[in-house]
Design a protein around this ligand. Structure first.
Ligand code: NAD
Ligand code: UDP
Ligand code: UDP
Length: 343
């Protein structure tokens, strides 16, 4: 079987003088599904900056054109409004498959659609990869570990997931997407990569997507109390978006299928996170307790030894360094919103 998309060589040009090219000698052409979203748009910026041609596929469920508007008019960039649940024909070398709502508020909004996106959407992108011999990367999630009984989580852990709960559309959807990815790899010889992403934050997150970092930051800027769910002692490990993007590219361009945990092992309780947000944005910020959501994982922290060893990757930006980097973006957008309301 000839696998056109997988052999890369390096042509001349670009910032560093070396631009990855496809086998035909032209520039590497890459699809990013979900490229108008938070992570996707940062990934697209990196790929464009290193000289690739990028096609974004997005249905704008949670993504926004504003995240990509600076690329409009760039001849190496193309944006297609398309739902990955429907088939599509394209010719590319690599497929980064991100399309899927990531915030619990968004993925629970229409759980059946979330499952369709994860299952039919991933199937279509794998079918596309098979037809054209492209390399396929799935952005899976730490949610495949559910409410983990092993801590920190290694890639070998099979997880503790409720199959019938409110989060299942996402958790089980992503688990099925991983299964499909491995079945296309084993059965059809598709070159695949699997990333298990842990909680990530940064500029361009939706202001009101309900995730904890965006909530606390927006609340502190708006002088509202930060809403801590439950007793606030549950933990998460927060990764800055540039670290994730570097990890995704290292994974795609490397030789290993994965799965790989991509996350920052720095672990915080929600109360500790609130304290860091307070120090960063407003020392007078207060907190308010709210009931927690169903099936909320008690703790989560990646073991990243595998990615360190095989991808030579590790995160560089700590929470205290990363939070200030998203504050300006949030302040500007909140200000624009207020002006829009005539405030
Ligand atoms: P996001 O909601 O900002 O981006 C998702 C993008 O996918 C949006 O632009 C949305 O419009 C698009 N989309 C959704 N359904 C689609 C469909 N059916 N067809 C076409 N486009 C569709 O989320 P994000 O934080 O950027 O997450 C990107 C990916 O990374 C997701 O697959 C998510 O599961 C994964 N991930 C993210 C995190 C995180 O903390 N951000 C953690 C684990 C995994
Ligand atoms: N598919 C697609 N674009 C392509 C090739 C396939 O969207 O270029 C879709 C196709 O419509 C199908 C899915 O991917 O729904 C799986 O394709 P595959 O060829 O693996 O399976 P089959 O079509 O035989 O079910
Ligand atoms: N959380 C919180 N306040 C909020 C939003 C979330 O305390 O305003 C908690 C939530 O209960 C969970 C953690 O923060 O324990 C992370 O939630 P998020 O939705 O950001 O991500 P996920 O649950 O998918 O890890």
């Amino acid at each position: 079987q000839v696998s056109r998309g997988n052999s890369m060589s390096y042509g001349l040009g670009g910032k560093a003088g070396r631009v990855p090219v496809g086998i035909s000698g032209r520039r590497l052409r890459i699809v990013v599904t979900g490229g108008a979203g938070f992570v996707g748009s940062h990934l697209v910026d990196k790929l464009i900056a290193r000289g690739n041609d990028v096609i974004v596929i997005d249905n704008f469920f949670t993504g926004r054109k504003e995240n990509l508007v600076h690329l409009f008019g760039n001849p190496r960039f193309e944006l297609i409004r398309h739902d990955v649940v429907e088939p599509i024909l394209l010719e590319v070398d690599q497929i980064y498959h991100l399309a899927c709502p990531a915030s619990p508020v968004h993925y629970k909004y229409n759980p059946v659609k979330t499952i369709k996106t994860n299952v039919m959407g991933t199937l279509n992108m794998l079918g596309l990869a098979k037809r054209i011999g492209a390399r396929f990367l799935l952005t899976s999630t730490s949610e495949v570990y559910g409410d983990p009984l092993e801590h920190p989580q290694k890639e070998t852990y099979w997880g503790n997931v409720n199959p019938i709960g409110e989060r299942s559309c996402y958790d089980e959807g992503k688990r099925t997407a991983e299964t499909l990815t491995m079945d296309y790899h084993r059965g059809a010889g598709v070159e695949v990569r699997i990333a298990r992403i842990f909680n990530t934050y940064g500029p361009r997150m939706c202001l009101d997507d309900g995730r904890v970092v965006s909530n606390f930051v927006a609340q502190a800027i708006r002088k509202q109390p930060m809403t801590v769910y439950g007793d606030g002692k549950q933990t998460r490990s927060f990764q800055y978006v540039s670290d994730l993007v570097n990890g995704l590219v290292a994974l795609m361009d490397g030789e290993h299928v994965g799965p790989f945990n991509l996350g920052n092992p720095g672990e915080f309780t929600m109360l500790e996170l609130a304290e860091v947000v307070k120090e960063t944005i407003d020392p007078s910020a207060t907190i308010e307790y709210r009931a927690n959501t169903a099936d909320d994982p008690h703790m989560r922290k990646p073991d990243i030894s595998k990615a360190k060893e095989l991808l030579n990757w590790e995160p560089k930006v700590s929470l205290r360094e990363g939070l200030p980097l998203m504050v300006n973006d949030f302040r500007n957008r909140i200000l624009n919103e207020d002006e829009g309301k005539g405030m």
